[in-house]
Design a protein around this ligand. Structure first.
Ligand SMILES: [Zn+2]
Length: 118
């Protein structure tokens, strides 16, 4: 053994080269979700887990965190007569299982506003 010091990224890349894979788990609408991470994403996870998950899902870190914070629901983009944002979820926007889908549904409308009933 040598006294060489390795950065986390170097250790991860060496392990990956030997065929070691990496996964990490986070909370989701139906319990824990396990995500496969690339070596780069694993290195990022070392410093910033939300950033690593966000990259794995192809969304921004802020979007990934907002997906959790909003209870995995996408709120209707319409305003009520009082000028408040409608509190109903958009169609298909309840317990959304992926942050990418959550981002794609932003700006949509609930059943009532989507049908122009109000
Ligand atoms: Zn609405």
């Amino acid at each position: 053994m040598t006294n060489e010091r390795f950065t986390p990224a170097e250790v991860i890349n060496r392990l990956a080269a030997e065929g070691v894979g990496f996964t990490a788990s986070h909370d989701g609408p139906a319990g824990k979700v396990t995500v496969h991470l690339s070596p780069d994403q694993t290195a990022r996870y070392w410093d910033d887990p939300p950033a690593a998950f966000a990259e794995a899902y192809g969304v921004s870190r802020a979007q990934y965190l907002a997906w959790h914070r909003g209870g995995y629901a996408v709120q209707c983009a319409a305003r009520t007569a009082k000028g408040r944002q409608c509190r109903n979820p958009v169609q298909g926007g309840h317990l959304v299982d992926s942050p990418a889908k959550w981002v794609a549904l932003q700006g949509g409308y609930c059943l009532i506003h989507g049908e122009g009933l109000e």
